[in-house]
Design a protein around this ligand. Structure first.
Ligand code: FAD
Length: 777
């Protein structure tokens, strides 16, 4: 009788924000349906796996963070495998597959995955399935979905190969040696295990079956399935759904279709939207992802709200710092609102920071959205109840754990306010789970479309690219009523937002400044008023009361200063050169200039403290839209700190000729006149060009990369001949790429080399940590 045990493979993930982890969990969940047993583990739990002796296929799912760094929970693993003492056959017994997640908007795309892969190969491991490089910039699923689909066959192929290698080896040994003892280093694959499961799993990974075939023979639960019939969603596994009959009109989630008007004229079909699809999607058979198995048991218990914590949950690790200054750096008609916040961190002597470091700002979810969520869950009256979360008995979810941030003694209100990213963009797994809790068949169908393979383009367009939030999704699908446990299972942890320090401790002891621009999500059909980013919107509201309104008496006492919970987020590499005589170039348009103000304040102070020292040349490339509207940045100069007492509005300071708050221009020009900044190159992307469009003759540099190109010779000289450094900070989406392209062009021209050589030169600069980026998008 064949054995029931399934062949195993090891599944390891390294994840910063949970994407790689949830993909690994998804793979582990469906492995069984493919006749395999996944042993899932995080890379830093090295007590749970042992690659040194592993003889089953190993699958890695790893993301990349920061400037090509491994995620925190993969750092130790990467360090271990990079050990130079490891021999080239250290992993010769290992066969692996790797899925790397990254974002082409950032430098060093998928660098962590590439590093692991390179080391595995250098250490003798064999790849059994081509590596997938998934790009969050264009949609991870474009690579992830087909990669996972092909993975099952590849694992089985690897297992068979290992098994037959071993069989041949054993046979050879038996022929050679009278004792026929197997080599203990050979993979020990249990041959008989493959027989029962192979057939079953081969069926489950078949291409979408035809409508009639699907109806006649429903696929294994949890596998991709073809749609055959519109009926209430099935409780487990993948749903078997209807494809619309040919010629049927678009599906609207909000109202039943109406073929024509009362007077007989055909109704003009509204366009597709979040809640409405058009043919061919609305008529298509759908391949749905597996239904994520529930795993949390949630109960609420009445409790006294007194003594409830206020603020983020890990508050003891943080400093609540009062805002001692808030300045608007842009005029009202600027496209973006940029603000400077100065915090008083003198009560927290442990908060010492260096230029280049960032600070995590912990913000709550918006009260109105929390209220709406409570209302939607039907739990408004139980907001102060304590939430008890435990693992669901008999859950089918592999490696299920109660998230550590859901501590047992918090109220529902606190959980929704401080612990869960309720604004997160719904993943396909959540959409799939919501189908089961949606009453209206049109709405169910639309949710199914959005999480289906066929609906990928709609998902990207209406969910991912426009940053749809879970509250917005629920508002658009009014008959969707998920239970609290489902939201807890799917919503990620509320993440703090990092901001670059825009000051130097040397220049402003006890103070910390940062600059941010308010993120604006434009209005659209399901977001009639538009909205602000979570943290920047919160910060904006928080500091508003401490900006005096025009005409308000200067001596008026402002309210108590608001406090912000922050924690230090050191940056190990984005630091001014340790050797002061090394020349360096900074490229930071808009708020990207923030860390460079810190760099320059520090350099200015160092020059004052040591007049004899030799300091290298410094260049800054800065850009903004308008010369007068948003030439960012403000400095108090010698102004007195005035925490919590008197505040001057931006308007009032502006009227004063910016004596208290000289503009960026003045601060930067001050660095130039003191000799701290050798070269300041500024461009304005709008106003000079409005003049040009109006007929002015000269073509002026518009963006920072144009100014870089104009200074091609000295810049390349600093970088390539004088051992200098280049720092880029700000927008990851366009600017960082454009700067990189300009550098390529400059290197090609100055060194007279081709594109490949220029790429290699830039890669070498990165490797030497002389081309550094601190970018966000
Ligand atoms: P969220 O609510 O989190 O929304 C932002 C997200 O929505 C982003 O993913 C963005 O791509 C997306 N998005 C934005 N607009 C749209 C749109 N119209 N449609 C669809 N999606 C959209 N920011 C600064 O301003 N100053 C700094 O000094 C700074 N330093 C940083 C340093 C580091 C190391 C990092 C990683 C980031 C830094 N940031 C900085 C970015 C900052 O951390 C936040 O991401 C930013 O302020 C937005 O936060 P939020 O909560 O307001 O927006």
């Amino acid at each position: 009788m064949p054995c029931e045990v399934k062949p195993r493979f090891v599944l390891l993930y390294g994840s910063q924000k949970g994407q790689a982890e949830s993909l690994a969990e998804g793979i582990a969940e469906v492995a069984e349906e493919h006749g395999l047993a996944a042993e899932l583990s995080c890379l830093n739990h090295n007590e749970k796996y042992n690659l040194e002796t592993e003889n089953a296929p190993v699958v890695f799912i790893v993301s990349t963070t920061g400037d090509g760094e491994p995620p925190d929970n993969a750092l130790q693993f990467v360090k271990r495998i990079k050990e130079k003492t490891l021999s080239p056959d250290h992993y010769k017994h290992l066969c692996y597959a790797l899925l790397a997640l990254g974002d082409t908007n950032y430098a060093n795309f998928c660098n962590c995955g590439k590093t692991i892969e390179r080391r595995l190969q250098e250490l003798g491991a064999k790849q059994f399935y081509a590596t997938g490089y998934a790009d969050d910039g264009t949609g991870l699923e474009v690579v992830v979905e087909p990669w996972i689909e092909g993975l099952w066959k590849a694992i089985k192929g690897a297992l068979s190969k290992m098994a037959s290698n071993k069989a041949a080896f054993v046979k050879g040994l038996a022929a050679d040696s009278p004792r026929g003892a197997p080599d203990s280093t050979m993979p020990d694959v249990q041959l008989n295990l493959l027989r029962i499961t192979d057939q079953q799993s081969r069926e489950s990974i078949k291409a979408p079956v035809s409508k009639s075939a699907a109806a006649a023979s429903p696929p294994a639960p949890g596998t991709h399935a073809a749609v055959s019939d519109l009926r209430p969603a099935v409780p487990t596994g993948s749903s078997v759904l209807a494809s619309r009959s040919p010629g049927a009109s678009a599906v609207s989630a909000s109202a039943p279709e109406t073929p024509g008007t009362d007077d007989g004229r055909p109704r003009v079909s509204p366009p597709a939207s979040l809640t409405r699809s058009l043919p061919p999607l609305s008529e298509s058979s759908l391949n749905l992802p597996a239904l994520p198995p529930p795993y949390l048991d949630v109960s609420l218990q009445e409790a006294d709200p007194a003594g409830e914590a206020v603020g983020p949950s890990n508050v003891e690790a943080l400093s609540a710092a009062p805002v001692c200054r808030a300045v608007q750096l842009t005029t009202g008609d600027s496209v973006k609102t940029a603000l400077l916040v100065e915090l008083d961190v003198s009560a927290h002597p442990m908060v010492t920071y260096h230029p280049g470091d960032s600070f995590d700002v912990f913000c709550p979810n918006r009260a109105a959205e929390v209220e709406e969520a409570l209302h939607r869950l039907g739990l408004s009256d139980q907001r102060n109840h304590r939430v008890h979360v435990s693992l669901l008995k008999d859950t089918k979810k592999k490696g299920a754990q109660v998230p550590s941030y859901m501590s047992q003694n918090i109220s529902l209100l606190y959980l929704l306010t401080w612990c869960l990213e309720i604004r997160s963009v719904p993943k396909k797994a959540l959409l799939r789970a919501l189908v089961e809790h949606t009453g209206h068949s049109g709405q169910r169908r639309r949710l199914q479309e959005l999480c289906s393979r066929q609906g990928s383009a709609d998902y990207n367009l209406y969910v991912r690219d426009c940053g749809l939030s879970v509250p917005e999704l629920l508002a658009a699908f009014p008959t969707c009523s998920p239970p609290l446990s489902l939201l807890l299972e799917h919503l990620p942890k509320l993440q703090p937002r990092p901001y670059s320090a825009a000051s130097s401790c040397l220049r402003h002891p006890g103070k910390l400044r940062f600059v941010f621009s308010v993120v604006e999500f434009p209005a659209c059909s399901w977001r009639p008023a538009g909205r602000r980013g979570l943290c920047t919107g919160w910060l904006f509201d928080l500091i508003n009361p401490v900006l005096l309104s025009p005409g308000e008496d200067e001596s008026s006492v402002s309210p108590a200063p608001p406090k912000i919970h922050v924690s230090l987020r050191p940056n190990r590499s984005f630091r001014p050169p340790s050797e002061p005589s090394a020349p360096f170039i900074m490229v930071g348009p808009g708020t990207g200039v923030a860390p460079f103000i810190g760099f320059l304040q520090q350099r200015e102070q160092q020059r004052k403290d040591d007049a004899e020292a030799v300091f290298g040349e410094t260049w800054l490339f800065f850009g903004c839209r308008h010369r007068d509207g948003d030439f960012l940045f403000s400095s108090s100069g010698p102004a007195k700190p005035h925490c919590g007492r008197r505040r001057r509005s931006w308007q009032a300071n502006h009227r004063q000729g910016a004596r208290l708050h000289p503009s960026t221009r003045e601060e930067l020009e001050g660095f130039v006149s003191s000799g701290t900044l050798s070269q300041l190159k500024v461009c304005f992307s709008r106003d000079d060009h409005e003049e040009e469009e109006a007929g002015a003759s000269s073509a002026r540099p518009r963006y920072v990369q144009h100014n870089l190109l104009l200074a091609s010779r000295p810049v390349t000289d600093i970088l390539l001949r004088r051992g200098g450094y280049l720092y880029v900070c700000g927008d990851a989406k366009n600017m960082a790429k454009d700067v990189n392209n300009a550098l390529m062009e400059m290197i090609q021209t100055e060194l007279q080399v081709d594109q490949l050589e220029a790429m290699k030169t830039l890669a070498a600069l990165r490797e030497e940590k002389r081309y550094l980026q601190d970018i966000w998008g």
